[in-house]
Design a binder for this molecule. Sequence first.
Ligand SMILES: C[S@@+](CC[C@H](N)C(=O)[O-])C[C@H]1O[C@@H](n2cnc3c(N)ncnc32)[C@H](O)[C@@H]1O
Length: 486
Amino acid sequence: MRTYEELTGGFGHAIAFRARRQLARELLREQASTITIAGASYQLYDMAMNGVSFIATPDGPHWQVDDILEVDIRVHDTSAYLGRARVAREEQIYGQRRVGLQLLSGFLDLHEMQRLDEEQALMQDLVDGPERLLARIPKPYRDVLLATVHFAAFYQRSLGYHEARLHDANTVAADEREALARRAVASIRPRWHALRIAAAEAALSLRGDRLALAAAKAATETLLTSRLIAAPVLHRAYTKPLGYAGDFSVMLHIYKDSFEGDSAFGQVFHKLACEEPLSAGVRTRKDLIKRLTAREHARRRDEGEPLRAMSLGCGPAREVVEYLDECETPPAGIHWTLIDQEEKALSVAYHDVLRGIDARQADCTAQCLYLSFEQLIRDPLAIRGEPQDFIYCVGLFDYLNKRRAQALLASLYERLQPGGVMAIGNALGPNQHYWLAELVLDWTLIYRDRDELRTLAAPLTSQGATLEIQREDSSAYDFILLRKPR
Ligand SMILES: C[S@@+](CC[C@H](N)C(=O)[O-])C[C@H]1O[C@@H](n2cnc3c(N)ncnc32)[C@H](O)[C@@H]1O
């Protein structure tokens, strides 16, 4: 909890209060909000109490700023606003025409719109039931989903029974549970991995079909995720208690890679999830960063200089903790700057890294900065201090579209010392392992192939940066390595 003194209000332009805009797709579940102008309907993009924006068709009418229009804003079939609106602006965003309107005849009642949407969703659920969803899912995916659900349910029942039997026999519950889970994993592992690969293949047929993908995700979450979240890592990854996927706590489960959970079934699927390529790759990409740290540390040492290393989206900074611990002699002359938008992650990183420095009596320093990458893009002075010799960012670019990714790359490159190197990880695609993240956990990553990585780096290579692409040992992530010329 923060004290009243810490509640600062806005700064700069932000002191002028503006009604908050909400994206239509986030406010309304069923994405059923439209605006009708002169008999033509358009999809709403975002809305606030006193204004909306919508996506206009490329060949539709062209309005001028200050034109007054008669509009009808509807949620499903119910009118939520009928009256006049002023054209406030028109923008081209990703090739789409987005038109902003100021409402003149009253206000939008966003809560009422949400209520109408929820009501409609309930009606549809009651009348159409799951059949509506199932009908949208291609048969190959339905078949494989049934196989995975049966598999999980079978072992939930079987392991539950044997766990209860051991417990009844009054043996040491925790040890017996883990022994049972270890036995089960050994025999279940190959069949589960074959099933998830088959699921990923079947899910290919959903590509490009938004409705089929949404239906397949809903069915997978209802039937399978609800069971698999007995595994702590899957529970955290799916429920996203901090509001986003891949938080530091998920990462800590993956780094630990052990048998965690309250039931043998939960432990088995926790361990299997930690062994998936995307999880195994989290551990091996951390090893790659350790090797790059050692290489850059040696380079700077040969030059008689310290190494300034910066991690953006540092999470728990395991690579730093392990580097400190594993160096044969206590490392000297490294200054780490660890950046994350999550205070809780920084708290873990700060504690563990400082303890690591202290335990080795290492002549190194670490500072943690509570910043978002957006601040780095917007404010060249957001990190005061010297340019960095080694900048890395792991587990962040796979969430950024090309435009954001290139803006962030440029802003990191600005902070790189001539001769220094940048290492940027990204989940690779196409692959056979996206199913668990995308369909079971609703954890969307942008998987990129090497051509896409080269495209991201192109503005920097054209400035003279040398590019190398390196794959970590689990073949789940590729790294862009960019060195700045001296
Ligand atoms: C998948 S984790 C990776 C953590 C760490 N690099 C690792 O590999 O263990 C992603 C991290 O990025 C951080 N993050 C997400 N959005 C961010 C933002 N806008 N600015 C800075 N950090 C961000 C999250 O808080 C999280 O700690």
